[in-house]
Design a protein around this ligand. Structure first.
Ligand code: NDP
Length: 244
C-alpha cells in the first residue's frame, strides 16, 4: 500500500545506504527530500530515478542545514516532516596515535554533530505536531568498538547515547527516535578495504555475506513507519549477525 501523504528527509542520500533509503521510501509512495555534500552527478541520478528532491547541503554547515530542513518542509507544504534519517557520514581509519586533530574534528562534526543538529532543527515542528520519527544511522563499530577505527567508532557510539536519551525526552511529545547499526555494507565507504580484508570480515558474518544498502534501507523504513509505532530508543543491528 502506498503511504501517499508521508514525508521524509534523508541526509547523505546521493550514494550508498542513503541512496538505497531514498529509493525504498519513494517505492513506498513517500515524498522524499535528501541532502548531499558535493557529488552532484550521483545526486541527480538518484533524483531522476525516484522523483526525490535533492538539496546540496553540508551537514557541518549549521545555517545551511537549518535552511535546508525548512526548505524541504515548505516544498512538501506540510507543518512537519514525518521522518528524518540522519545518515550522512564519513570514515577515516588509522591508528589512534596517528590521527590528526583535524581528522578527529571532521569526524565529530560530520558523524555526530551533523546528526545531532539535523535532529535539533527538525524536532520543534515534530513536537508541535506531536508526531515524527527520527532514525540515526550508527554502526556496529559504535557498539563493539573497532581497532583502527577509534575516532569513527567513538562518533557512532555517541550517536547511540544521543538517540536513547533523546527518545526518552521526546517520547511524551509523540516523537520516536531509533538507531540502526549496520555491519559491513557494500558501498563506496567500504572501497577503502581490499578484497582480502572484506573476505576476512565476511567469514565472521553468520549470514555469510556482506550487506547491501537495501538491507539497511528496509530497517530504516520499518523504523520510520507506523508499523514500528511502539518502538523507540532501540538499536536495530543490520549486520548479518556479525555483532550480536
Ligand atoms: P557513502 O560514502 O557511500 O555515502 C555517504 C553519503 O553521505 C553521500 O551521500 C555523501 O554525499 C554524504 N555525506 C558525507 N559527508 C557529508 C556532509 N558533510 N554533508 C552532507 N552529506 C554528506 O557511505 P555509506 O552509505 O556507506 O554510509 C552511510 C552511513 O552509514 C554513514 O553514516 C556510515 O557511517 C554508516 N555506516 C556505513 C557502513 C558501511 O559498511 N558502509 C557500516 C556502518 C555504518 P556526497 O555524495 O555528496 O559525497
Amino acid at each position: 500500500m502506498l503511504d501517499v501523504s508521508k514525508t521524509v528527509l534523508i541526509t547523505g542520500g546521493s550514494r550508498g545506504i542513503g541512496a538505497a533509503a531514498v529509493k525504498k521510501f519513494a517505492e513506498k509512495g513517500w515524498q522524499v527530500a535528501f541532502l548531499y555534500k558535493e557529488q552532484d552527478r550521483a545526486a541527480m541520478e538518484v533524483a531522476e530515478e525516484t522523483g526525490a528532491l535533492p538539496i546540496r547541503c553540508d551537514v557541518t554547515d549549521r545555517e545551511s542545514l537549518k535552511d535546508s530542513i525548512k526548505a524541504a518542509r515548505i516544498y512538501f507544504g506540510v507543518p512537519c516532516l514525518d521522518a528524518v534519517v540522519c545518515n550522512a557520514g564519513i570514515s577515516i581509519s588509522g591508528l589512534f596515535t596517528d590521527m590528526t586533530e583535524d581528522q578527529w574534528d571532521l569526524l565529530l562534526r560530520t558523524n555526530l554533530e551533523g546528526a545531532m543538529y539535523t535532529a535539533k532543527y527538525a524536532l520543534p515542528d515534530m513536537i508541535r505536531n506531536k508526531k515524527g520519527s527520527i532514525i540515526l544511522v550508527s554502526s556496529m563499530w559504535g557498539e563493539t568498538g573497532g581497532s583502527y577505527e577509534v575516532a569513527y567508532s567513538t562518533t557512532k557510539a555517541a550517536l547511540i547515547g544521543f538517540g536513547k536519551s533523546l527518545a526518552k525526552e521526546v517520547g511524551p511529545s509523540g516523537v520516536r527516535v531509533n538507531i540502526v547499526a549496520p555491519g559491513v555494507i557494500d558501498t563506496d565507504m567500504c572501497r577503502m578495504y581490499d578484497e582480502d580484508i572484506i573476505d576476512g570480515l565476511v567469514r565472521d558474518v553468520p549470514l555469510c555475506r556482506i550487506g547491501k544498502g537495501e538491507d539497511v534501507a528496509s530497517a530504516i523504513c520499518f523504523l520510520a513507519d507506523e508499523e514500528s509505532a511502539y518502538v523507540t530508543g532501540q538499536v536495530l543491528g543490520v549486520s548479518g549477525g556479525f555483532y550480536i
